[in-house]
Structures are given as C-alpha cells and as structure tokens.
Ligand binder design. Structure first.
Ligand code: SAM
Length: 236
C-alpha cells in the first residue's frame, strides 16, 4: 500500500457537506434496492458521514458498519465503527452485507490487495448484495490543480484506469455509472484543503511544494471555484 494518512478529505470540505452527502446518497438509493433491514458496510469510511446519513434516510434497524485505519474523534455517531485495515477485516469473522461501499479508497491498495479485498467482499455479500466502487472519473477530471499536483493526479488517474481494467477483467461488472456533483467553493476554503493535503496526491509533497502550489492556485483562479466533481461507479 502507498503511504496513506488522509486525515482531511472529509474535514469540513464539499465532500462532507450536507448537500453533497444528500446528493450522493440519493444516487446510491436510486441504484440499489436497500431498505430498513439492509446491512451496509463502508470500507474506508473516513468520518462516516455518508453512512450516517444513509442510516437516517433508510431508518436502518442495524447500525451500518464503517471501517477505516483512522479513528476520527468527530466521526458520525449513527454508525458502528471499527478501526481496522480493510485487508484484515474480513479475516476475523463471517459477515453478510447487502451493500458494500468502497468510495474513493480502492486506489490506496495494490492490485494484489484489491483482488483479495474484492474476493472476500464478494464472499461476504447476501444473495442479492452488491459492491459499489467509486473512483475519480479518469477521463474528465476537473479538480482545480497546480502544475505539480496535476502531474501527480494524472499519474494517479492512469493507475486508477489500470485498476478499473484489472477489476473488469476478473469480475463481471453488473453496471457502470457516473455520479457528478457541481462544486462551488471559495478559493480560501480550497486553499485550506490544499494546505491540509485533502487528497492522496498531495500526501508526498514537501512543505515548499505545497506553498508554491498555493501561490499558483491563488494567482490562477478567481475568488470562487466552480467545477464538476465526477466519479465513476462500478457495481459488482
Ligand atoms: C479519500 S478517503 C475517502 C473517504 C470516504 N470513503 C469518502 O469518500 O468520503 C480514503 C479513506 O480510506 C482510508 N483508508 C486508507 N487505507 C485504508 C485501509 N487499508 N483500510 C481501510 N481504510 C483505509 C483513509 O483513512 C481515508 O479515510
């Protein structure tokens, strides 16, 4: 696994805003048959806000389970949380889920780990259960970037493409969809996100590289950034 301590992805960003979560969960509910009896797992759940909102929307009888290697103090209280790596989670117990969500996390694993994780996930699905994998849309990505960030992101998106191809070669993909969200964010807030290294492509940059990038974004963009956050969704 690549170096990964993503602490600020959903730390007061559009990705943890009520509007984003509502729109994301509306998309999910439209595409999978789930109800109050459903058992749901989110692998790499971060602060668990998506799962918490899903739990309220569906009035879930069983608290949904979120797993992550980081236990955030401000995580959503409507979920059951386990601080554990996805690679060792299933080995502990036999669980059965109706929905396993892997959102913007699959790229943090090696191909070998992905195969193991998806094999185990499939084994731990109920009869009509589904695995929903979301990743950045590799072709039409519009995230605001500075030069070095763009280079890293392009490299990472190439790898994502390889991952999606790999998955489609070993499993039968039941559906492929796109989720899009129109982001409006002040430059000030976006610069804070860059400073806090919200995305994995920024994790390995030096302080100097981040400062240079902040200056670049400051001069390249106006006070408000508007762009479309595009995700590919594959269903197994
Ligand atoms: C980009 S964030 C996505 C968070 C959330 N799924 C979302 O979309 O809002 C990736 C998450 O994966 C978690 N993660 C990284 N490696 C992991 C592992 N081996 N097992 C479980 N979670 C992991 C990170 O801590 C982080 O919370």
């Amino acid at each position: 696994m690549v170096s990964t301590v993503i602490k600020n992805w959903d730390n007061k960003t559009w990705l943890s805003s009520n509007e984003y979560i509502k729109s994301f969960n509306k998309f999910l509910i439209r595409h999978i048959k789930v109800n109050s009896n459903s058992k749901i797992l989110d692998i790499g759940c971060g602060r668990g806000k998506i799962l918490g909102n899903l739990s309220s929307n569906l009035k879930l009888k069983n608290k949904p389970l979120g797993i992550d290697i980081i236990a955030h103090k401000d995580r959503d209280k409507r979920i059951k949380f386990k601080k554990i790596s996805a690679s060792s989670f299933f080995l502990k117990k036999n669980y059965k889920f109706d929905l396993i969500l892997i959102k913007q996390t699959i790229h943090l694993f090696s191909l070998k780990q992905i195969k193991k994780l998806l094999d185990l996930s499939k084994k731990n699905l109920n009869q009509n259960g589904k695995i929903f994998i979301f990743a950045l849309d590799t072709n039409k990505n519009k995230l605001p970037t500075f030069d070095l960030m763009k280079k890293k992101l392009t490299k990472s998106l190439k790898r994502d493409k390889k991952i999606l191809k790999f998955i489609s070669e070993i499993y039968s993909i039941k559906k492929k969809r796109r989720f899009t969200y129109n982001v409006k964010i002040s430059k000030k807030d976006y610069l804070r996100m860059i400073k806090e290294r919200y995305i994995s492509t920024l994790l390995t940059l030096s302080e100097e590289e981040i400062s240079k990038g902040i200056k670049e974004i400051n001069s390249k963009y106006s006070n408000f950034l508007r762009f479309t956050d595009k995700l590919i969704c594959i269903v197994l």
